[in-house]
Structures are given as C-alpha cells and as structure tokens.
Design a protein around this ligand. Sequence first.
Ligand code: SF4
Length: 302
Amino acid sequence: MAHIATLATAAVRPEPEPVRSEPVVVRPERRMNLPLSDPRRILQGMALDLPRTLTPSKVTAFTNCPLAFRYSVIERRPEPPSPHAVKGTLVHAALEGLFWHHVPPGRTPAAARFELERAWKARGSDPEFVALALTDEATADFLVDARGLLDNYFRLEDPNAVHTVGVELGVELEQDGMRLRGIIDRLDIGPGGALTVVDYKTGRAPSERFEHGKMAGVQTYALLCERLLGRAPAEVRLLHLRDPVAISAVPTAQTIRGQRVRTSAVWGAIERACVSEDFRPKVGPLCRFCHFKPSCPAFNAA
Ligand code: SF4
C-alpha cells in the first residue's frame, strides 16, 4: 500500500514529477474459495505449467490462437526477433525519456530525438537488438523510421500541455485466482483530478472492425488503474504513431466489469487448456506471420 500512497500523492503534485515504479501488487483481502467442481482444484495435476501472470498482450495472444500461445508463452519456443517490436521498444523508451528528463516547454521534437539517440546507445548491445543483425544501411532506415514515429507523435498532442504523473507504471493485482499485470505507458491528470491512461502503439491503427478488440487491452489498464488508485480513469487513449491517429474511449463501471469478466474467462480457458493439454489452432489472417506454422497441425497433416 505504500506504493499506492506514494503514487496518489504524486498525482496532485505539479510538473515535473512523473513517477515510475516497479510493479505495484494489490492483493484481495481474501483469496477465492473455489467450489469442489471448479477445474482449478486439480491444478496440482496440471499437465502444463500455467503462465505466472496474465497481461493484455497474453489475453490477445490466447484469443488470437491458443496453439500459438502455447508454443510462445507456455513452451517458450524461440522466436526470431522482430524489427517492429524492437523499434516499438526504442520509441517507447524515447517517449519515456521525453517525459522523465524534460520539463515543459522543453518537450520538443529535438528533445525526443535526443532521447531516441540515448535509448539507441543504451540498448544497442542488447541481445534482441544484436540478433536483428542489421546492416549499416538497414540500421539507418530503422532509425529514420523511428524518428518519423516520434515526429508523428507531435502531430497527435503537445507533450508540454499535458500534466503527466506517471510513466511506464508497472501494475499488478491478484483477482479471481490469477495475477493480472501490465505496464501503463503514461498516466495523466487533468482538471479536477480526472485521470487519463495513455498507451503508445507503433503499429498501424486497427480498422474500425477490429478497433473494439484493440481497446479491450486498454480497458485492462483501466481496470488496473481503478484497483491501483481506487478510481477509474476518465479516458483511455491509444496513440497510434504510424498513421498517426488517436483513439479514445471512456471507461464505465460496465466496461471495466466486462473486462474483468473477460480476462477471468480467458484465464479459466488457459487453465483448462493446461490441464487437458488442449490448445487448439485457430486459423486466421495472423497465420501469415506465425513463426510456428511449420509445427502447426492446421497446416501440416503429419
Ligand atoms: S499457423 Fe495459425 S493456426 Fe497455426 S499456430 Fe500459427 S496462428 Fe495458430
């Protein structure tokens, strides 16, 4: 609770004092009493190990394809590094630095590029960066694209005009027999103390058809924020830097409750799949990008 008190205090302090944190764990007062018929009772005999935590990306991964989830999250099969993911990490670090090291009116495009260079130097020797094995030319293109994403960020908002109280906030809570975890990219506070959860995306914005699904992950952050600070954010915002476009949603008690039910249902499905070792392939558009396709029974009868 000490962490929560610290964060709550920081939330009313003037700029520039955003906070970063290690995961803050909110535990329920009582653990669930599972009925005898509940399959979680037999977890001791579970064939596969459960993941330690559930995150918004794991919820999405399991929902997209349970078998790919098993290969990646449960079995931890190696996957080739993704330039898009590495670039996303770098741009997130640059934006974190922009808010952490610079005060208004110094949050400028030049400051963001400075933070990008700093993040590049700091992470350039990380194994996932090295594994990309970029040539000099590819490295130059990679950095040009990352700078373009940062420039696009300034087309979506003025970072000098927002009051940020937290960056890269690790939050974690135990509920319904699972440990739900996430990192809030940025937490802003507005007039009257209204909170806004901001999430940066470096991929393309989803089409209208898939927009709702993408917002589901951010609703998890609304749930975590409510449990962490005792009140729900007034707004959750996805900043898609590539397009660039901002997508907003106003969480309600109903959407947060719905998200809690959804994440609990996904966790229950993961538990049952671990007990039965039954993770089914779900063929869809994402198969085109799936590294596990050579092992997938949906594409290999043998
Ligand atoms: S190829 Fe498609 S169905 Fe098979 S594991 Fe990958 S995503 Fe799932």
